[in-house]
Design a protein around this ligand. Structure first.
Ligand SMILES: [Zn+2]
Length: 423
C-alpha cells in the first residue's frame, strides 16, 4: 500500500527548492518517496490512498531535539505547596515532585498525550528524556508502545541520577541497559550536579558498551557550574569530557547556557550536538542561549513545555535577536539539524517518507526565495493538515487516524486528576 499526494508544492527540506509535483510515498522505515510530473505516470493500485493536496505545501515533517513526555500531565496542575524562588527549588517543589508521583498508567497517559501533540503539530519523531523514580523498571517500554501506537518515532532515555540515592541510580542504569538491548536509545543523565563520579563513570561505560550516546542537561542554571567547580574543581563540560561523555556523535547536551569560552571550544571540537530550549529557559528564568563559539551542531527542543517545533524555533529566533546571533537561515538550520543528527547516527524512523502537508493560507506570495520569512512570521501548527509518518497517514484533515483522540483525552484527564492528588 502506498500513499499518493496529488497536486503538491513540494519543498525540499535541505535546499528549500519548490517543485509543483505529485508524490508516491511508500510505507515502512526508509520507504521511498517518488516525485512525478504527471499523475498519469503513477502506477496506482486499488489499495493505495490518494489525497488531492490542491496546490498545498508538502515538506519533511518535523522532529523534536529534546522533550519530556513525563511532564505532559502538568498542565493546569495545582500550585506547589511552597513557591520556588530559584532553579533548584523549581526542580524540588515542582518537577521532582511530579516525576516521583508517576506510575505505570500515568506514564502511559503522559506518553499518549505527548505523542498526539507531537503529531498534531507536525512532528513525527521525538528525542525524549524520561524520569519516574518510583516506576523505573519498564518505563521506557511503556512510552515506546504509546508513541508507536500513535505513530511517532522516538529516541528515548531514562534520566539516571543520584538525587534519590545510588540504588535508584543503579535502577536507572539497569533500565537503560535492558531497553538498549532491543531498542535504539540513549543513556540519559539528569545533570552534573545530581550525578556523582561513580554513576557518571558507569553511565559512560554503558554508553561505550552499547555504542550509544549520553543525553544530559548542561549548565541550564548557574548552579550546575557552581556545584561542579566546588565539588570537582572543574567546569561541567570539562568534567563530562574527562569522563569521555563527549566522545560520541550521539551525545546530546541540552541547554548549555552558562558555559565559558574553553567549554565552547571543547564542544565545537567534539562530535556532540547541543539542543537549545528557549521557552523553557524563559519560564525558569535561568538565562539565555548563545551559540557563540560552539559550532553548528545546534538543534532545537521543546523541553516538555509543549510539542510544537515551529513555536520553539520562532521563540529561539525572536529571543535570539537580543541574546544570540541568529538569522532566518540559522534558525531554519537549527530547526532541521535534528534530522542531520539522526542521519549521522543511523537512527531509524526519520526517513524521507515522513511528511507534513501544510494548509497555509498566505496573504502574500510564497516561493523559494522568501520561504524563510513565512517560516518565521507566518507558519504555525494550525496549518498542519495531514501528517505522514514512515509513509503512513497518521493525521488526516487534522484528525488522528491511529488512535481515538476523544478516548485518549478522557483517559489522560482522569489520570491527570489521579496524579495531581498525589502531589
Ligand atoms: Zn530538559
Amino acid at each position: 500500500m502506498a500513499l499518493i499526494l496529488k497536486n503538491t508544492i513540494f519543498i525540499n527540506w535541505e535546499t528549500l527548492e519548490f517543485k509543483s509535483t505529485h508524490l508516491k510515498v511508500e510505507e515502512g522505515d526508509g520507504g521511498i518517496v517518488t516525485l512525478f510530473e504527471n499523475v498519469a505516470e503513477i502506477q496506482i493500485s486499488p489499495s493505495d490512498e490518494i489525497i488531492d493536496c490542491k496546490g498545498k505545501l508538502v515538506t519533511k515533517s518535523f522532529a523534536i531535539g529534546h522533550h519530556h513526555a513525563y511532564s505532559a500531565l502538568a498542565r493546569g496542575m495545582p500550585a506547589p505547596k511552597k513557591s520556588p524562588t530559584n532553579f533548584e527549588e523549581i526542580l524540588k517543589y515542582i518537577w521532582w515532585n511530579l516525576d516521583k508521583a508517576l506510575d505505570k498508567e500515568t506514564i502511559e497517559a503522559s506518553a499518549f498525550t505527548t505523542a498526539m501533540a507531537c503529531a498534531k503539530a507536525g512532528s513525527t519523531f521525538a528525542i525524549d528524556h524520561h524520569a519516574s523514580p518510583n516506576y523505573i523498571n519498564g518505563s521506557l517500554e511503556i512510552i515506546t508502545k504509546a508513541f508507536e501506537k500513535v505513530g511517532v518515532s522516538h529516541l528515548l532515555c531514562y534520566e539516571i541520577t543520584d538525587r534519590d540515592g545510588l540504588e535508584k541510580a543503579q535502577q536507572g542504569l539497569d533500565e537503560t541497559e535492558a531497553y538498549l538491548r532491543n531498542n535504539q536509545g540513549l543513556v540519559g543523565l539528569h545533570a552534573s550536579f545530581t550525578v556523582g563520579n561513580e554513576t557518571l563513570k558507569k553511565a559512560v561505560d554503558l554508553m561505550q558498551k552499547t555504542k550509544s550516546g549520553i543525553h544530559i542537561h548542561v549548565a541550564e542554571d548557574k548552579y550546575d557550574q557552581e556545584h561542579c567547580l566546588q565539588k570537582y574543581d572543574k567546569r561541567v563540560i570539562e568534567r563530562l569530557n574527562d569522563f569521555g561523555a563527549l566522545d560520541s556523535s550521539k551525545t546530546i547536551l541540552a541547554h548549555c547556557l552558562h558555559i565559558n569560552e574553553n567549554e565552547r571550544e571543547i564542544i565545537k571540537n567534539s562530535k556532540v550536538f547541543v539542543v537549545q530550549n528557549t521557552e523553557s529557559n524563559l519560564n525558569n528564568n535561568v538565562g539565555y542561549f548563545n551559540s557563540k563559539g560552539i559550532g553548528n551542531k545546534i538543534m532545537i527542543g521543546t523541553d516538555g513545555m509543549h510539542s510544537n517545533m515551529l513555536r520553539s524555533t520562532q521563540s529561539a529566533y525572536f529571543v535570539g535577536q537580543a541574546k544570540d546571533k541568529i538569522d532566518f537561515v540559522s534558525a531554519y538550520k537549527r530547526f532541521r539539524n535534528v534530522h542531520n543528527y539522526l542521519i549521522i547516527n543511523s537512527f531509524q524512523g526519520d526517513g524521507e517518507n515522513n511528511l507534513v502537508v501544510l494548509d497555509y493560507d498566505s496573504p502574500t506570495e510564497i516561493k523559494e526565495n522568501n520561504f524563510l520569512g513565512h517560516f518565521i512570521y507566518g507558519l504555525n501548527s494550525n496549518h498542519v493538515q495531514h501528517v505522514i509518518s514512515n509513509g503512513k497517514l497518521i493525521i488526516k484533515d487534522r484528525i488522528i487516524q491511529t488512535v481515538n483522540e476523544d478516548d485518549v483525552l478522557k483517559f489522560t484527564k482522569e489520570l491527570s486528576l489521579r496524579l495531581w492528588e498525589k502531589l
